[in-house]
Design a protein. Structure first.
Length: 144
């Protein structure tokens, strides 16, 4: 039971990190496109921690299985400067696509780092054979 709980906590933290990467993509591209971000939150539900930046409120919420970037003019049309609804169509497309694109780029980076460190070295040499199986019988007869 304890190992299940540890595995569950690990999965929640990894999921929270992936949500951070995804929402961070939306956030960074919105900032690059000069779109006002009202709130950047990881998780849903009640707020555990929050900090007010110059124009953005950063929050960590109780249930870490999602997150959001709340931009000015995203829900309702806004005439305010830096509004998502006033941004050009290419900028809006870039902000929307950024989350998924950052996830793909992150996955590729992790893949190449793992392949560089660990490698993928397939071999036809058998290191270990399960005792009392046909494989062991074949291995023992081939050594004669």
């Amino acid at each position: 039971m304890f190992s299940f709980l540890i595995a569950f906590i690990k999965i929640i933290f990894i999921l929270g990190f992936l949500v951070l990467i995804h929402e961070g993509g939306h956030f960074l591209v919105a900032k690059l496109c000069k779109i006002k971000v009202n709130e950047f939150a990881i998780g849903f539900g009640p707020t555990i921690w929050k900090k007010q930046g110059k124009e953005t409120k950063y929050a960590l919420r109780l249930i870490p299985v999602g997150g959001f970037v709340n931009m000015e003019g995203e829900e309702q049309h806004s005439e305010e400067k830096g509004s998502f609804s006033k941004a050009s169509i290419p900028k809006r497309i870039a902000v929307v696509i950024a989350g998924g694109l950052v996830n793909i780029i992150f996955a590729l980076i992790v893949y190449f780092i793992l392949m560089t460190c660990i490698g993928n070295n397939p071999s036809n040499i058998v290191d270990y054979v399960i005792p009392n199986t046909n494989a062991q019988t074949v291995r023992n007869t081939s050594r004669r």
